[in-house]
Design a protein around this ligand. Structure first.
Ligand code: NAD
Ligand code: TYD
Length: 343
């Protein structure tokens, strides 16, 4: 598919990856009208988009994707040709404590969005999913392929696997023009500090312990967020609808190695590492085979984890007011108080 995107609707664009994606597209590609729909749940932060909200290129709608009537109004007004679907509950530990919001946003929300995309004849819908749907790899097992069976082990990954299957069912039943992407663990600026890397950085800056689940030898395949964003853009413009694409980071340190690198970069002692009880059903290792993405889109540039971590640590050091507002809860009203006169 070689496709000229003109009007793009982005769900979940006030969260971590969605806000980086909006910035990436507007800074690198421009000439695209974007509208972001986000319910501004606990992980949504309008400050993440503050550089763009005053420009004509980006519209913002505070809305739950499960609100079908509200979403219909946005589709009627915006008439998007492309929809990039990030909106989801995204934290495994929260899904273990309470699964229902994951079923609502990730499964029901996706189905509502699919029906609207069909009715408004969207030309390309990209559903952003995760390597976690494949479940854990055992030692020595080959990297996951798009054709592998799904084996989610926690309510978050089960809800994402369900939404993938819902999207793929629309592809088969309705010849619906969707792509499904399955990416590995992202890190970078604007990540909510409940996730491992920003939690480790901000706790280390504050001289607080860094919680390490179990032995800390679990392996994730880390990708710098802007690499993920570029891969999504390439797939929208050059991928094939109806297909699934893995997007890997090609960086696989253990959790404890990541935490040690962060401490070294910040000049903090290893005594801050605190081993705690492991997460239930904690997936030991993920790894993705993304040869299909590279072959079809020529995407190959990836920031090494050492370089990406240096950049990320420097960002959190420089943007301490951002994460302090998040950790204190002030972020939920800060942007409105600063920029109420936007519209
Ligand atoms: P995030 O939690 O930082 O952001 C999610 C955003 O979606 C938030 O702004 C939230 O307010 C919004 N949202 C949630 N439910 C909504 C609803 N019902 N209606 C409207 N908005 C809603 O998550 P993230 O890390 O940016 O992840 C974005 C997507 O990428 C998710 O679909 C996630 O499953 C997927 N993904 C994440 C990673 C990762 O490492 N973070 C890796 C692979 C895939
Ligand atoms: P996380 O950022 O929650 O992403 P995911 O569970 O989706 O991979 O966690 C990344 C890894 O870090 C995972 O193996 C769990 C581990 N972890 C810790 O050891 N301590 C923590 O405080 C957190 C949040 C995660």
């Amino acid at each position: 598919m070689t496709f000229k995107v003109q009007r793009m609707l982005v769900t979940g664009g006030a969260g971590f990856i969605g806000s980086n994606f909006i910035a990436h597209v507007l800074e690198k590609y421009g000439a695209v009208r974007m509208v972001c729909v986000d319910k501004l749940g606990y992980a949504g932060n309008l400050e993440n988009l503050s550089g763009f909200l005053k420009s004509e290129a980006l519209g913002f709608e505070k809305l739950d994707i499960c609100n079908e009537a509200g979403m219909r109004t946005v589709f009627e007004r915006e008439r998007p040709d492309t929809v990039v679907h990030f909106a989801a509950e995204s934290h495994v530990d929260r899904s273990i404590m309470s699964a229902r919001p994951f079923v609502e946003s990730n499964i029901l929300g996706t189905q509502i969005l699919l029906d609207l995309c069909r009715q408004f004849q969207v030309q390309c819908m990209l559903h952003v999913s995760t390597d976690e749907v494949y479940g854990a790899l055992s030692p020595g097992q080959a990297a996951s392929l798009e054709t592998d069976s799904l084996d989610p082990t926690n309510p978050y990954s089960a809800s994402k696997a369900s939404s993938d299957l819902m999207v793929l069912s629309y592809v088969k039943t309705h010849d619906f023009p969707a792509l499904v992407t399955r990416c590995s663990n992202n890190y970078g600026p604007y990540q909510f500090p409940e996730k491992f890397i920003p939690l480790a950085i901000t706790n280390a800056i504050e001289d607080k312990p860094i919680p390490i689940y179990g032995d800390g030898l679990q392996v994730r395949d880390w990708i710098f967020v802007r690499d993920h964003c570029e891969a999504i853009w390439r797939l929208i413009t050059h991928g094939k609808t109806g297909e699934i694409y893995n997007i890997g980071g090609h960086n696989q340190p253990t959790n404890i190695e990541i935490a040690r690198q962060i401490l070294t970069m910040l000049g903090k002692p290893e005594s801050l590492l605190e081993h705690i009880k492991d997460r239930p059903a904690h997936d030991r290792r993920y790894n993705l085979d993304d040869a299909k993405l590279m072959a079809e889109t020529a995407f190959k540039e990836r920031v090494s984890v050492a370089e990406g971590l240096r950049h990320t640590v420097a960002w959190y050091v420089k943007n301490e007011p951002w994460w302090r507002r998040v950790k204190s809860g002030e972020y939920q009203t800060y942007y409105e108080r600063q920029y109420v006169s936007r519209k």
